[in-house]
Design a protein around this ligand. Structure first.
Ligand code: GUN
Length: 294
């Protein structure tokens, strides 16, 4: 039977929803075991303000928790909330033995100091992996909780047996949530990593030499075929709402013929971020839950 281009291209698409559902299935056994010991994993999410994208993300997290049998609650705080109020809420959750995971959705309103907020979360409940103590442990590869999106990207690569060892990995975007931790995680796996930012000269010439290209800029359709090497793996972390349509950083139609693997938007990295959060919450409950019960 003739194999046409669309069959070939379909095989290139990394199915984030499938991998996420497998992760959810794999943690369900652990959740069952914990429940038998009287520990119900629970996650509390704090959202300050009503940024539409953040509202969607936190609701996705709550739905995933419901699917998995994890208790979850979202604290919707006003955009004008005082930093002290957020810190007090975190303190209350740190001291609540029935709460295993705490996540403060980013970005925070501009008057709130993100660093103070991240430092306030108990490292043992830091299921987002953004407390400085846990971030530091990424260097040595022994953090209890890896940030969800970079961890999800590594899981995707592993799922498709894509080794990064000796590969030229280029990451566009240096955020604390994605670009920086992912760089270190790839270095720990013996990749050669280039970390690019808006001031990088000639992003295109660097990107087009990547074996694995990760784009995390939020700039819709920034990456076309001129940024992509033939046979590259392309991971699109960007999400932008363009006239009601969800777009990634990558112009999918223009690069699909060139890549060996690519993540779609939606349905690529996003579901993995949520699945890793669930996995981290179960881990937090496992590590601390029994102590929490007494
Ligand atoms: N905003 C977008 N992604 C994330 C994430 O993984 N964690 C937090 N806390 N905020 C986010």
């Amino acid at each position: 039977m003739a194999v046409n281009n669309s069959d070939i291209n379909n095989k290139k698409i990394i199915d984030g929803r499938l991998i996420a559902s497998e992760i959810e299935l794999s943690i369900s056994k652990k959740i069952h075991e914990l429940k038998n010991k009287g520990v119900v994993p629970s996650l509390e999410v704090i959202l300050a303000g009503d940024d539409p994208a953040s509202v969607v993300y936190v609701r996705n997290k709550k739905h995933a928790a419901e699917r998995c049998g994890i208790l979850s609650k979202i604290d919707f705080l006003d955009e004008s909330v005082a930093e002290k109020e957020i810190l007090n809420k975190i303190e209350e959750l740190n001291n609540d033995p029935l709460i295993h995971g705490i996540l403060v959705q980013l970005p925070l309103p501009v008057h709130i100091n993100e660093k103070n907020v991240m430092e306030a979360i108990s490292p043992a409940k830091d299921v987002d992996g953004l407390h400085p103590l846990n971030v530091g442990k990424i260097f040595t590869g022994n953090s209890p909780f890896y940030p969800c999106t970079p961890c999800g990207i590594i899981k995707m690569l592993d799922y498709y047996d894509i080794s990064v060892k000796g590969k030229n990995c280029v990451i566009i975007g240096q955020s604390n949530i994605v670009g920086k931790p992912l760089s270190i995680m790839l270095i720990n796996r013996l990749a050669t990593v280039s970390s690019l930012n808006v001031f990088t000269k000639d992003i295109k010439s660097i990107a087009s030499k990547a074996d694995i290209l990760v784009s995390a800029t939020g700039k819709a359709a920034l990456i076309d075929e001129s940024y992509v090497k033939e046979g590259a793996v392309v991971i699109d972390v960007g999400i932008a709402n363009i006239g009601g349509k969800i777009c990634g950083d990558v112009n999918f139609e223009r690069v699909i013929d060139k890549v060996s693997k690519i993540t779609p938007v939606p349905g690529g990295v996003g579901p993995l971020t949520v699945a890793v959060l669930m996995e981290n919450t179960v881990k937090a409950a496992d590590l601390n839950g029994c102590r929490a019960k007494t």
